[in-house]
Design a protein around this ligand. Structure first.
Ligand code: GLU
Length: 308
């Protein structure tokens, strides 16, 4: 039933919930340089599933900017919003195999019944495992997890493990608002595109065990993972829309932002390229990239600006 492409590839998968941020540019650049250095294709995917959070025009803006910065992808971008049929097909198979069940718990009911809050919110206690027991009319679909800890070696963060049953609980693949969950969509898309290398921000490290579990359910090998350190704002939080204009990448500041992204990744530019067009810096980086130099620790934007 599942036929997935077999070609080595890395990818960048922005969520178009606002303009491109320096934090995302770092993920784009890191994944591009590592994919090319290891002889892989590099693909672009637009994670625009979560309709209520998508900002009109943001995806086109991100694509245009990446083009202007000199990135080259090897196939037409994949849009998650156009792939609902494919996610439905996989969910259907899981239903047939008895791996998922409908859940009618409301958020309030979950909060009230969950004994502890995990890093990602309440740990679902399995209330609907034997049949819907909540009060909500709209069902979500949850994947049954088991007690085996998921172990993996992240290429940046080292050995990692998570016990899904204890730390997450059965997790949602299809939300009660009718939207497929990120965990399912990302695994199906990565498999369908032949992605065997995932480079992204360390904020997604806590999703990785769930994704590896999904690969197991599909009888497939997970990709190798590189979770890059995060760029933080002056408040120590991951840089995002909340930090306002700081760190937004635009055509006008493309050169400065590319330079900052390279500094973040510890790829010291030769003096003659300081202030050069972003595209030139990127071609240099493709030639000179050294993965042992990649940083291990999160960095705050003000420190990055000072250290330039
Ligand atoms: N779309 C996700 C984000 O922008 C990234 C997904 C992924 O790399 O797996 O945070």
């Amino acid at each position: 039933m599942f036929s997935f492409t077999q070609t080595l590839a890395g990818r960048f998968a922005p969520s178009p919930t606002g303009p491109l941020h320096l934090g995302s540019l770092i993920a784009a650049l890191g994944s591009y340089l590592i994919a090319r250095k290891t002889g892989r294709r590099w693909l672009l995917r637009i994670d625009d599933l979560d309709r209520p959070r998508v900002v009109d025009g943001a995806a086109d803006g991100i694509i245009r900017l990446l083009e202007g910065l000199g990135f080259e992808w090897d196939a037409a971008p994949v849009w998650q919003s156009r792939r609902a049929d494919r996610y439905a097909e996989v969910l259907q198979q899981f239903k047939k195999d008895g791996l998922v069940y409908p859940c009618s718990c409301s958020r309030k009911e979950i909060l009230a019944s969950a004994p502890h809050a995990g890093e990602e919110g309440p740990i679902y206690p399995g209330t609907c495992r034997q049949g819907p027991s909540g009060t909500r009319q709209q069902f979500s679909w949850r994947l049954r997890v088991d007690q085996q800890p998921i172990r993996f070696c992240d290429r940046m963060k080292g050995d990692w493990q998570q016990n899904l049953q204890k730390e997450v609980g059965d997790f949602v693949l299809f939300r009660s608002d009718g939207i497929f969950a990120y965990q399912l969509a990302t695994v199906v898309d990565d498999l369908d595109s032949g992605i065997d290398q995932v480079v992204r921000g360390a904020d997604l490290l806590s999703s990785t065990a769930r994704q590896i579990y999904l690969y197991r359910c599909l009888n497939r090998e997970p990709p190798e993972y590189f979770h890059l350190p995060l760029l933080l704002g002056s408040d120590g939080e991951k840089i995002s829309k909340r930090h306002g204009e700081v760190g937004i990448v635009r055509a006008e500041n493309a050169s400065e932002m590319m330079q900052l992204a390279l500094v973040f990744l510890n790829q010291g530019l030769p003096p003659e390229l300081i202030g050069a067009p972003a595209e030139k810096m990127l071609s240099w980086a493709l030639e000179s990239f050294e993965d042992p130099l990649l940083p291990r620790d999160d960095r705050r934007l003000p420190a990055l600006l000072e250290g330039q």
